[in-house]
Design a protein around this ligand. Sequence first.
Ligand code: SAH
Length: 347
Amino acid sequence: MDTIKKKDIRALTKEQLREFFVANGDKAFRGNQVYEWLWQKGAHSFEEMTNVSKETRDMLENNFVINHIKVDVMQRSNDGTIKNAVRLHDDLVVESVLIPTKTRSTACVSSQVGCSLDCKFCATSRLKRMRNLNPDEIYDQVVAIDNESRLYFNRPLSNIVFMGMGEPLMNYNNVLKAIDKITSPEGLGMSPKRIVVSTSGVPKMIRKMADDEVKFKLAVSLHSAIDEIRTSIMPFNANFTLTDLRQSLQYWYAKTKSRITYEYVIWKGINDSQKDVDALVDFCKFAPSKVNLIEYNPIDDGEFQQASNAAIDMYVNTLEQHNIAVTVRRSRGKDIDAACGQLANKA
Ligand code: SAH
């Protein structure tokens, strides 16, 4: 029976949904009602749409599907972090994480199934990129975490970081559509200032974001400000050099006036010397920025090791001497493989 491929109803804009109803002899207003069920009320089925007649619901059922995600497995870390293994309609799986602190609940969401980049220190890079996530699949991850935050921490989600699986700027249009829904009063109504898109640094797309005058924040996974070293740990850097990246970031700042965060892990023998931090200081001078020193989360093979505390202190001191804001970020959820770079569908 199910031979006609039904369309994902959440791929339609509100206007398209209104037009659909008019074309089917109903009122445009019906589109608004259904849209509200889909986005604001998070309906998983047409059955739930109780202010819509049975006849209309059957008609929708015959034409569309709601490809809602399903949280397959939820794991809780002993530090409170929650990791969801999320099953998509085609049975692929991605992961998202809820990171609670005293005052915040942050959702870390995925933008792709797997990743096409090849960062040597990241577990996700070992899964090949299967496909991009659709806007509704990104949105659903956020809603699931918002619900968990309310349930377990008695408060709504406060922040979102695109630091899960995938490279968000390689799925730019869908990420943007998802953020539109997340920030829209017809969706979750969150402030874009509480959303961070983290990228390994795709210069062309950083320029595009600047041109689009996006209102969310930008983080760049820098890890080294020396081309040769960065290319050895993030091989795609050979195509998008640091000069390109720097120029795109200057363009970003000129257009948005929004400070850039650099994410940076210090590894023993790779980027833990004075010349590495000097290069970082130079890089930071091009546009107002701050540095987040992230703790390394080992991904098995021991090729990469967290640098010594002395090396971390050297970075902090040097950056502070140059008036560059720096924070040292501790990992969360390591015991359940939920920390940065550990998302590899292992649960
Ligand atoms: N592709 C995007 C977002 C996903 S990675 C990006 O590169 O920014 C999210 C963050 O985790 C990045 O800063 C990334 O460099 C960092 N990361 C990856 N593997 C890690 C690991 N094993 N330990 C600590 N951080 C890691």
